[in-house]
Write a protein that binds this ligand. Structure first.
Ligand code: PRP
Length: 221
């Protein structure tokens, strides 16, 4: 059995066409995709039509952990999560053309002007909410800016409006969430996309079954 760790939400949806291409390589595009969407079931393990393939329905930030501990041989994880969790122990053979977005600093318009004029984070700390405390800390340190980081797990864009922080660092795709919460993207820290991750232990012990799958991914890109 090959188990693939996937995260719910946008990345799940975007993974399907890619997995169909992988399936085509095994003779049937439906072979390799979940038989039901996580929106339609509470089951957290979803089979594929191929009885040798199944999918774990996970939170994005948990995908590396399930792969690292051998619960899944393969996973699809965002480069944001992989960098924040310093997942260098996981084999990351391919960048995938899905989950493309950027990690950006955003604040309200008034503060954005002050930031651009270099008037923020010099004498006093800028309070920033983020899911990515490590990346945030590293970025502000490199800029020699003072920062106080508040870790949140979601709905980041509300935090400046309710006054608990002055800025956020979060993923931006279309920019709609920022706009609708009166925030302006002031700088992008990095471009983000999904990556295929593979457990190094499985790569050794299950080389025979993983090799054709990895080759099919390579062709599908
Ligand atoms: C992500 C991200 C932003 C939003 C950006 O959240 O955290 O909130 O998408 O997308 P946009 O620029 O197209 O508006 P997501 O919807 O994935 O949910 P999450 O908060 O659970 O991560």
């Amino acid at each position: 059995m090959i188990t693939i760790a996937l995260s719910k939400g946008r990345l799940w949806e975007e993974s399907i066409p890619l997995l169909q291409k992988v399936g085509e390589d095994f003779g049937d595009p439906d072979n390799f995709i979940p038989t039901i969407s996580p929106e339609e079931t509470r089951s957290l393990i979803i089979p594929a039509k191929n009885p040798k393939i199944q999918f774990l329905v996970l939170r994005a930030s948990d995908v590396p952990t399930f792969v690292r501990h051998g619960a899944a041989q393969i996973g699809i994880a965002g480069s944001d999560v992989l960098m924040e969790q310093e997942c260098n122990d996981l084999f990351q053979p391919f960048d995938l053309p899905i989950g493309v977005c950027r990690l950006s600093l955003a604040m309200n318009n008034e503060r954005a002007i002050m930031w651009k004029n270099g008037k923020i984070g010099n004498l006093t700390s800028l309070k920033v909410a983020t899911k990515y405390p490590l990346l945030t800390h590293q970025w502000f340190s490199a800029k020699r800016k003072k920062v106080e980081i508040i870790k949140l797990y979601g709905s980041m864009e509300i935090a400046p409006a309710v006054g608990i922080v002055e800025a956020i660092i979060d993923l931006v795709s279309s920019g709609a969430t920022l706009r609708e919460n009166n925030l302006v993207e002031v700088e992008s820290l990095m471009e983000i996309s999904a990556k295929l991750i593979v457990s190094r232990a499985s790569l050794k012990t299950e080389h025979q079954s993983l090799k054709p799958i990895l080759e099919a991914f390579a062709k599908a890109l």
